[in-house]
Design a protein around this ligand. Structure first.
Ligand code: HEC
Ligand code: HEC
Ligand code: HEC
Ligand code: HEC
Ligand code: HEC
Length: 222
């Protein structure tokens, strides 16, 4: 009788049993990695109830981010300012502008302005602003040049792989703490020595504190 299947095919079931699950894991992993919203949320730019311009206020007028987002250095979330903060100026500046009508109405006892969220992680992911700012990660690293935006747009994917890209190797992406709100600071051209401790763990740029960005699942999924 002719040999139809060569002898090595006797091992085929064993080989397949080993290779197929492995391939399944690799394919699942690749799909998860590449199709996680690395690009999909980028460019999201919702309509806002008042045409507030960061380009004008933070750019031209040079206002500090923390004047309005005043909890960002001590809390997990960055507060969006109430109408009263805006009215510190707009009681006088352009008080009669039609563009400010919803703002004035809100201030005079109406409902709070319903700003649309631009950046939003799913509930199962945990993020804390204060920890990142204390470590020397600047706003523009995650939000882009807000000071040049007429209307806020999501510039970075904020996906899991994007977070992990920095957590695995943060050293070249940090800056001195007092520069975190400096939109013009560019970490890729900044001239300072990158710091690591004796174990090779990353340190902040002052070299006084070892940092431990989590890469384990429970660090971000609490
Ligand atoms: C005069 C007050 C004011 C200043 C100064 C200001 N912001 Fe804002 N910011 C707001 C308001 C109001 C909103 C909500 C409306 C919007 O998205 O434009 C906002 C929204 C944002 C958002 C989007 C929030 C979301 O929903 O995802 C980011 C990011 C942001 N600001 C960053 C900055 C940065 C960085 C600076 C400094 C360069 C800054 N802001 C300066 C008032 C301010
Ligand atoms: C390490 C990345 C990172 C840095 C640095 C960062 N942000 Fe954010 N920011 C985020 C993420 C992620 C969200 C969405 C958080 C969520 O949905 O829980 C966010 C959300 C916001 C919001 C909406 C309100 C909130 O807290 O969810 C504002 C306003 C904001 N950021 C302003 C700022 C300002 C101002 C700075 C600098 C002083 C800054 N951010 C620095 C990543 C960052
Ligand atoms: C430090 C003072 C200051 C604060 C605080 C401030 N603004 Fe302004 N705003 C200005 C100035 C100055 C202008 C430009 C006026 C001009 O064009 O002559 C302006 C312009 C505007 C305009 C355009 C008005 C028009 O008719 O062209 C809008 C809308 C606006 N601001 C909304 C806001 C909102 C919303 C907030 C709070 C989140 C805010 N501003 C906080 C100073 C301020
Ligand atoms: C550009 C760098 C960078 C990016 C981007 C970044 N992180 Fe971090 N993250 C750090 C550093 C550095 C630390 C360590 C701080 C320390 O040890 O003091 C950290 C710490 C943390 C912690 C620990 C907080 C705690 O309470 O101990 C969490 C949670 C976290 N990051 C979540 C995120 C998430 C979620 C994202 C993406 C949406 C993200 N990070 C994006 C640099 C980054
Ligand atoms: C540095 C923070 C961080 C760490 C560490 C982390 N994740 Fe995530 N993970 C996120 C963020 C942020 C999202 C939301 C991504 C989005 O909205 O695009 C996410 C989403 C997910 C999702 C939902 C699927 C998806 O793509 O949205 C799963 C499942 C998940 N993570 C599992 C894990 C597992 C398992 C680990 C440990 C191996 C882990 N994560 C470690 C930040 C993290």
């Amino acid at each position: 009788m002719a040999v139809i299947f060569p002898r090595w095919t006797n091992h085929l079931p064993t080989v397949l049993a080993a290779v197929v699950p492995l391939a399944a894991v690799v394919v699942t992993g690749a799909i998860w990695y590449w199709f996680s919203p690395w690009f999909t949320d980028v460019g999201y730019q919702p309509e806002q109830p008042v045409a507030f311009s960061h380009r004008l206020h933070a750019g031209e007028l040079g206002m500090d981010c923390r004047y309005c987002h005043n909890t960002v250095e001590r809390a997990a979330t960055a507060a969006v300012p109430p109408a009263a903060t805006c009215m510190n100026c707009h009681k006088v500046v352009k008080a009669d502008s039609p563009l400010l009508k919803p703002l004035v109405a809100s201030f005079e006892g109406g409902e709070e302005l319903a700003w649309s969220r631009v950046h939003l992680l799913p509930d199962h992911a945990y993020f804390d602003h204060s920890v990142h700012l204390a470590a020397g990660v600047g706003c523009n690293q995650c939000h882009g040049r807000i000071d040049q935006m007429e209307r806020v747009t999501q510039e970075q994917p904020l996906s899991m792989s994007w977070c992990l890209d920095c957590h695995r190797d943060p050293v070249g992406k940090l800056r001195p703490r007092e520069q975190v709100a400096n939109m013009a600071w560019d970490v890729t051209t900044a001239d300072y020595t990158r710091k690591a401790d004796e174990q090779g763990a990353p340190m902040d740029v002052s070299g006084t504190r070892t940092l431990a960005p989590p890469n384990h699942c429970s660090g971000c999924h609490r």
